[in-house]
Design a protein around this ligand. Structure first.
Ligand code: GLY
Length: 333
């Protein structure tokens, strides 16, 4: 990498001098070549939570592989999951709260530490894009509930009808018993999609979107739309996102904690492990308390770790996509 950087400097110097010597087309060629060398210094990478990340990463990779920006990649990537109406934990196909309302949470953050979020948003299919609009078109970071919905409609986002028929049927069944407990979050029953990307320009961005805890109390908001909890990006250091029981993640400002641990010199993997340790130390009862973290640094190194077995991450780099099992502390009993 050092050699490449030195060569980049040398070439850029030559390109500048060449401007006055070569014809415009040659100068343009040299500038393009210099830009290509600069881009090669970084290794585009996208990582995301759970197996639904495989399809989402493909959406993100289309952008990254066409020299696109990490911010555009993460938005496009998680929109794939939001569009999947068979997904019961993200987007309009998600499960409702205890009163039958599907309320969606999302946030997005870019390399300039700009961020936007929506929480408790009902009847809009792509909360991540509304979060981006909050970031880009308002002086605020987060809009919630009716305010978020009014803003989305003003911005031209389409309404969607929720819950879906089959989801409503399940909710009616649940209502008979009203068990207000967190179901086991594992491979079959996962939640949030969190996605982190590094682009060819060396910039990091992240996105996070969910319908939250199934049959939650009306008004409940988890970690996913909270910058520092469900997602955090610091372009000097790295990025992190979280999945699992939002209440536990918020308690330790989870994603911010992971990034700060990387700032202290830890690798993405060790940073995730230390954050999971902290979750465990802060909770006496770990029943169904699944939390997973994913981290990515400026070099394209990534890591993932969870409290319980079963968490996995989708990884795309160099055109190859794969699903990797994360390390964990405990087996399910
Ligand atoms: N991690 C998603 C939630 O707790 O809502």
């Amino acid at each position: 990498m050092q050699d490449l950087k030195r060569r980049t400097f040398f070439k850029l110097g030559l390109a500048g001098a060449a401007l006055s010597i070569f014809k415009p087309s040659k100068a343009a060629e040299l500038i393009e070549e210099s830009a290509n060398i600069k881009r090669m210094a970084f290794r585009p990478t996208v990582v995301s939570t759970w197996e639904h990340g495989i399809a989402a990463n493909e959406g993100a990779w289309k952008i990254l592989s066409a020299n696109g920006k990490a911010l555009d990649a993460v938005e496009a990537g998680v929109r794939v999951t939001e569009s999947d109406l068979t997904n019961r934990s993200v987007g309009a196909g998600g499960r409702p709260d205890a009163e039958g309302h599907v309320t969606l949470d999302a946030c997005i953050m870019d390399e300039e530490s700009r961020c936007g979020a929506v929480a408790y948003l009902e009847g809009i299919g792509h909360p991540i894009s509304v979060a981006r609009a909050v970031m880009e078109k308002t002086p605020h970071v987060m809009l919630v509930g009716e305010g978020a919905r009014d803003f989305a409609l003003d911005q031209g986002f389409e309404k969607v009808k929720t819950p879906l028929k089959e989801v409503k049927k399940d909710w009616k069944e649940w209502k008979k018993e009203k068990k207000q407990e967190q179901s086991r979050i594992n491979n079959e029953n996962h939640d949030t999609i969190g996605m982190l990307a590094l682009d060819q320009f060396g910039n990091l961005s992240g996105a996070c979107t969910t319908s939250g805890w199934a049959y939650k109390m009306p008004g409940r908001v988890g970690d996913s739309p909270i910058i520092g909890a469900g997602l955090f990006v610091d372009n000097e250091i790295g990025a992190a996102c979280a999945t699992g029981m939002g209440e536990a993640i918020i308690r330790i400002a989870g994603s911010h904690t992971v990034v700060e641990l990387m700032r202290q010199g830890h690798s993405p993997q060790i940073a995730c492990e230390l954050a999971v340790d902290r979750i465990i130390k802060k909770h006496k009862d770990l029943t169904n308390l699944q939390v997973g973290f994913v981290a990515l640094n400026k070099s394209g190194d990534y890591g993932a770790y969870s409290v319980y077995k079963g968490f996995n991450v989708a990884v795309n780099r160099d055109e190859v996509g794969k699903l990797e099992d994360a390390g964990y502390v405990k087996e399910w009993e």
